[in-house]
Design a protein around this ligand. Structure first.
Ligand code: ZN
Length: 203
């Protein structure tokens, strides 16, 4: 199975057919897709100006989508390397307390669904690398009241998510499933109340 870098080379290779170059980019998403496969594809297409179903897109647009993905992957690999180093040191020092970050990390190792989106049609507007930087910064600081990506506080507790986690707080603006550990208990309570009020309003 080809790795991410080998696939990225196939996307850039002008001697390949455009169909192969596009397929290679889709395969890159099997190796790294922070929002989940479909949502990441839609996001990259929207940012690069690619039509998601265009089988013969402009190669320059494919490469621009790839560049955004690669930039985000670098941010993530740097974070993972730092995390692994920290774990090794903790193990060496005999500290083995699993933390909330560990929980998040266990489910994101490898780089898929790092920040899953509740719907593939709603993803943050910002560049993928910036979104990852914001989520990592939130993970490494004290819990807050707002979405770590777009900083607004209307967060709704959803119980109908399709993949892990099957329920959780979802930002009503940028659409990400907010990692529980970055929110305060008060913010989580508000998210559940918001969901209840929404349901009540539609009855
Ligand atoms: Zn948000």
């Amino acid at each position: 199975m080809a790795g991410f870098r080998a696939l990225a080379r196939e996307v850039r290779n002008p001697r390949n057919t455009i169909a192969l170059r596009r397929t290679s980019l889709r395969k890159c998403l099997e190796r790294f897709a922070p929002y989940g496969h479909r949502a990441t594809w839609r996001h990259l297409c929207a940012r690069a100006g690619l039509a998601p179903d265009d089988r013969a897109p402009d190669p320059a647009l494919l490469i621009s989508a790839l560049a955004e993905l690669e930039e985000a992957r670098e941010v993530w690999l740097t974070y993972e390397a730092g995390f692994a180093g920290r774990r090794r040191r903790e193990k060496h020092d005999g500290i083995r307390q699993p933390s909330a970050v560990d929980d998040w990390h266990r489910n994101t190792w490898g780089g898929c669904d790092i920040v899953p989106c509740a719907s593939p049609d709603v993803t943050p507007d910002a560049r993928l690398a910036d979104v990852l930087r914001r989520v990592i910064a939130a993970m490494e600081s004290a819990p807050g009241e707002a979405c770590p990506v777009c900083a607004q506080e209307r967060i709704e507790w959803r119980t109908d998510l399709e993949r892990y986690p099957l329920e959780g707080p979802v930002c009503t603006d940028c659409g990400i499933v907010v990692p529980v550990s970055v929110l305060t208990p008060a913010a989580l309570f508000a998210a559940r109340r918001y969901a209840f009020a929404e349901r009540y309003a539609t009855v």
